[in-house]
Design a protein. Structure first.
Length: 694
């Protein structure tokens, strides 16, 4: 027997229902009559008192939002919630209820397969008008959208930073802005005055640090530390003015946020969301999901926690909310999905007073838009597309509200371009390689005459001669490419490719073009390919695997298109086959060991430890393996001799950290085994978006 929604879920009049939907009463009545909106009447009354439940209205709105694009729900109600291990109270709302409802038309199911979704002519014309405006370029790359029911409007932008470095994880408290910056290959902490001004670095004891949150008094930072490619990272509390970092229990997390009163911490670990006391004690599981939880954010009153579920492979996403009994007790009352645009969200936040919810929408070919939505209205943004204040200051990547005024701080990023740098052993210095080529992930044919590379601008695969001439695009439009490898005879290229909505797969394409073909059957997430000496097999590591504990190394038989696990490779990633075929090298991301598989004996062994990078490169004679790591917290490139595991430093790259921009995390080798890096020229800056009343 299903439980009825709690009394607090009930709306008692047309006025309350209309306010909840962000529309007038006449519109609400029309939707109930024409479109099957779930309105109930007191028993025995034909035209008596009406009422509705918030939970059922959310479901109805969600069914319309999902049905508009013909793709259905990303996680159907009931399917995802059956996987939530939450101690919700018996009075929880629609997240755990399957109760069918009746609408005024007598239908027992309000959003079943046969439900007809209709949009009024007025809305169709509005949508058509916006589409026409976009077609003629009237909507900018980045536009702020403020809903018609909003009492706020955008008043203008003010640039607050201008140091030309790449930034992320924007936070604010205590009159200052805090963020991460890339310093060469390091991720460091920095801050700036909230009104703009000089950027100040923040010293930490960590090699790399992710800013998670700032305390409400601005005196402490919640950070996670990492050294290499580990997915879950140790959580710390760090004094802003200096002092020892304090570990938060034994917690490792991907995302973490303090509650508004700083008494609790919500964090994600793998597919789960948990809440603990500020010292890491008293853990409580909010839910365990199919996809990775991201962008955790608390409501200003501390009673709600929103998070986004993201499928890393398909980039499909859905927004969820957990409700708590009060700000101090960890008592979960509900966990349910929200009705927010399916393109949501690149970031999001409540305004200071909790009356508005701002989020970033990112759609192909239309840029990023900031939507400011009244919190009481749950109607999807796509039905009220009224753009205002279009500007062209770059792509939006971050969003945080002011703690003292009606303002939002946004992080904008310029277009990325790159410059290749080759280390000359004879000159003992870096020099520009193939000037003017904005590329990364280079691979060289065995004879050194050809190069395959990825164009930074659109992630397309190209090939050219060693001097940069005779360039040809090999990947079709709509395919994003990454690491590639030449066949031993130089006639084919294997590369990582991705089509929207599908996992990363390995494709094969001819040196002189043609239609790429998948190398293997299946749907696993395939990483960088490398070839066996006879050209019959490829080996790769699975990507996006640490959260699901599915990391491993696989081999593809190119004749049968079947894959087979390399024995003993569970937990390993980033596989590279040696040119002579004797060994397969791989990384253990948690222990930071370089592992070596002897193809003849079929056994793994540790070649060397203390590697923090995520790239492996074989010398062309298979005698050395090149790795990137740290020495005295400075990035270096080492080579390890295979026969005796002796390790030699090739070059330190700390001198490049002083350059404007940042160093890419990838490194490769040229045809003569010279280290090759990419210097990325991309900057992020913080702007203040001031809001004002009508």
């Amino acid at each position: 027997v299903s439980m009825a929604p709690p009394p607090a879920d009930r709306l008692e009049s047309w006025k309350e229902i209309a306010a909840f939907l962000g529309r007038d009463e006449r519109t609400a009545m029309r939707w109930a009559k024409e479109q099957g909106m779930p309105i109930l009447r007191a028993p025995g009354l034909k035209r008596g008192r009406i009422y509705a439940y918030r939970s059922e209205l959310r479901r109805w709105v969600e069914s319309r939002s999902d049905g508009r694009n013909g793709q259905g729900s990303l996680e159907p109600i009931g399917e995802e919630e059956s996987r939530i291990h939450s101690a919700a109270s018996p009075s929880s709302d629609d997240a755990f209820s399957q109760r069918p409802s009746k609408n005024p038309m007598g239908n027992s199911e309000i959003f079943g397969r046969g439900f007809v979704r209709r949009i009024s002519v007025r809305w169709k014309l509005a949508i058509a008008a916006v589409s026409l405006a976009a077609a003629f370029g009237l909507v900018g790359r980045f536009a702020v959208r403020v809903r018609a029911a909003s009492t706020l409007r955008a008043a203008g932008f003010v640039e607050l930073t201008d140091d030309g470095r790449y930034k992320r994880n924007l936070r604010t408290s205590g009159g200052r802005l805090y963020f991460n910056e890339m310093e060469g290959m390091h991720e460091v902490l920095a801050s700036a005055p909230i009104q703009g001004g000089a950027i100040t670095p923040i010293e930490t004891p960590f090699t790399n640090v992710d800013l998670q949150d700032v305390s409400n008094d601005g005196k402490h930072l919640l950070v996670s530390s990492y050294e290499g490619a580990e997915a879950e990272r140790k959580l710390w509390i760090l004094p802003v003015q200096g002092g020892d970092a304090q570990r938060v229990g034994e917690i490792s997390a991907r995302y973490a946020r303090w509650s508004p009163n700083n008494q609790r911490i919500a964090f994600s670990f793998g597919p789960a969301v948990e809440v603990v006391d500020a010292d890491g004690s008293g853990p409580r599981v909010v839910g365990t999901f199919r996809w990775t939880p991201k962008y955790l954010t608390w409501s200003p009153d501390g009673k709600r926690l929103r998070f986004l579920l993201l499928d890393e492979a398909s980039q499909e996403r859905s927004a969820w909310e957990a409700s708590f009994a009060d700000e101090t007790a960890i008592k979960i009352t509900s966990v349910h999905r929200l009705s927010i645009d399916s393109d949501c969200c690149a970031d999001w936040a409540w305004t200071r007073d909790g009356k508005y919810f701002a989020y970033l929408l990112s759609k192909p070919h239309s840029g990023t838009r900031l939507v400011l939505n009244p919190e009481q209205s749950i109607w999807p943004e796509w039905l009220d597309p009224k753009p205002s204040l279009p500007v062209t200051i770059g792509a939006l990547e971050g969003l945080v509200p002011s703690t003292s005024s009606d303002a939002l701080y946004v992080l904008t990023t310029s277009t990325e371009r790159g410059q290749l740098l080759k280390y000359s052993v004879s000159e003992q210095a870096f020099e520009t390689y193939l000037p003017g080529l904005s590329a990364r992930y280079l691979s060289f044919s065995r004879d050194g005459k050809w190069i395959a590379y990825i164009n930074i601008a659109d992630a397309s695969l190209w090939r050219c001669k060693a001097d940069g001439s005779d360039a040809m695009q090999l990947s079709p439009a709509g395919v994003s490419a990454q690491l590639s490898s030449w066949s031993p005879d130089g006639t084919r290229i294997a590369f990582m490719g991705k089509v929207t909505g599908r996992p990363w797969r390995i494709f094969l394409v001819g040196k002189d073009g043609g239609s790429p073909e998948e190398a293997a059957n299946g749907d696993d997430e395939q990483g960088a390919p490398t070839w066996s000496p006879d050209g019959r097999f490829l080996v790769y590591g699975i990507v996006f695997c640490q959260e699901t504990h599915t990391c491993g190394i696989r081999r593809i038989n190119l004749k049968t298109h079947q894959t087979q696990a390399v024995p003993g490779s569970q937990g390993l990633r980033t596989a590279r086959w040696s040119p002579d075929g004797r060994f397969i090298a791989a990384l253990q991301p948690e222990t930071h060991d370089v592992m070596l598989f002897n193809v003849q004996t079929q056994r793994w062994s540790v070649l060397t430890g203390a590697t923090t990078g995520d790239d492996l490169n074989w010398s062309h004679d298979s005698q050395f393996l090149y790795i990137d790591s740290l020495q005295d917290d400075k990035p270096i490139i080492d080579r390890v001799r295979i026969r005796d595991a002796q390790r030699f430093s090739v070059v330190g790259v700390s001198s490049l950290e002083r350059m404007t921009g940042q160093l890419g995390v990838w490194f490769g080798l040229t045809a003569d085994d010279s280290p090759l890096l990419v210097h990325l020229l991309q900057s992020s800056e913080v702007y203040a978006l001031h809001l004002t009343g009508p």
